[in-house]
Ligand binder design. Structure first.
Ligand SMILES: Nc1nc2c(ncn2[C@@H]2O[C@H](COP(=O)(O)OP(=O)(O)OP(=O)(O)O)[C@@H](O)[C@H]2O)c(=O)[nH]1
Ligand SMILES: [Mg+2]
Length: 206
C-alpha cells in the first residue's frame, strides 16, 4: 500500500501589534477567542490540516510579534515561507499604512526567487468593532492597495466573531500551495507481519 507524504505549507503572519494576528490564528485553528491582549514574543506556530482539491495538507501557521522590542527573527525564519499574510486593523489607519513596510521587510528577509509573484494575502481585521462605526479604512481603499501590489487577495475579517476567517485561511492555503513546487513523493509501506515490524521504503514519482 502506498501512502502519500503530507505536504507542509509554511505561512507567516505579519502586521502591527494588536491588529489581531494571534487572535485570527487561534480562531482558525482552535475556534477560540479571548478579549485579553497578550503580546506575542518572537514567534509561535500552530498547525492545521487543510483539504484542497481532495488532498490533505499541513498548514504551518507562524504568528509573529508586532511589537518591535519582541521581534527577534532571523533571516532563516522567513526562508521557505509559501505565503505571507499581512494583517491590519480596519479601525487603525497606521496599521494599514504600515502594510507596505511589512511587505517590503518580508521580501528583503525571505528573498523569494520571484518576489513579484510571491503570494501575499491581506486581512482587514476587527470589522465587528462598534458595529463598523469606528472604521477608518474603507474596503475600497484596501482593495485598491492590494490591486496595486499585483492583485493580492483581500478579506475583511473578525477574529472575535469568526467572520470570514475560514474563507481567508482557505485562500491562504491555496496560494501557499501554488508556491510550493509540485512534489509527489510516495512512501510505500510494507508490513512485516511475522516480525511485527513496519518497514518503510521511499520512492519518488517524478
Ligand atoms: N473586537 C475585536 N477584537 C479583536 C479582534 N481580533 C483581536 N482582537 C483583540 O485585539 C487585541 C489584540 O489581539 P492580538 O491577536 O493579541 O494581536 P496581535 O496582532 O497578535 O498583537 P502582537 O502579538 O502584539 O503582535 C486583543 O485584546 C484581542 O482580543 C477582532 O476581530 N475584533
Ligand atoms: Mg500576537
Amino acid at each position: 500500500m502506498a501512502s502519500r507524504r503530507r505536504i507542509l505549507l509554511k505561512v507567516i503572519i505579519l502586521g502591527d501589534s494588536g491588529v489581531g494576528k494571534t487572535s485570527l490564528m487561534n480562531q482558525y485553528v482552535n475556534r477560540k477567542f479571548s478579549n485579553q491582549y497578550k503580546a506575542t514574543i518572537g514567534a509561535d506556530f500552530l498547525t492545521k490540516e487543510v483539504q484542497l482539491d481532495d488532498r490533505l495538507f499541513t498548514l504551518q501557521i507562524w504568528d509573529t510579534a508586532g511589537q518591535e522590542r519582541f521581534q527577534s527573527l532571523g533571516v532563516a525564519f522567513y526562508r521557505g515561507a509559501d505565503c505571507c499574510v499581512l494583517v491590519y486593523d480596519v479601525n487603525v489607519m497606521k496599521s494599514f499604512d504600515n502594510l507596505n513596510n511589512w511587505r517590503e521587510e518580508f521580501l528583503i528577509q525571505a528573498s523569494p526567487s520571484d518576489p513579484e509573484n510571491f503570494p501575499f494575502v491581506v486581512l482587514g481585521n476587527k470589522v465587528d468593532v462598534d458595529g463598523g462605526n469606528s472604521r477608518v479604512v474603507s474596503e475600497k481603499k484596501a482593495k485598491a492597495w492590494c490591486a496595486s501590489k499585483g492583485n493580492i487577495p483581500y478579506f475583511e475579517t473578525s477574529a472575535k466573531e469568526g467572520f470570514n476567517v475560514d474563507a481567508a485561511f482557505q485562500c491562504i492555503a491555496k496560494n501557499a500551495l501554488k508556491n510550493e513546487p509540485e512534489e509527489e513523493i510516495y512512501l510505500p509501506d510494507t508490513i512485516d507481519v511475522a516480525g511485527g515490524r513496519q518497514q518503510r521504503s521511499t520512492g519518488c514519482e517524478c
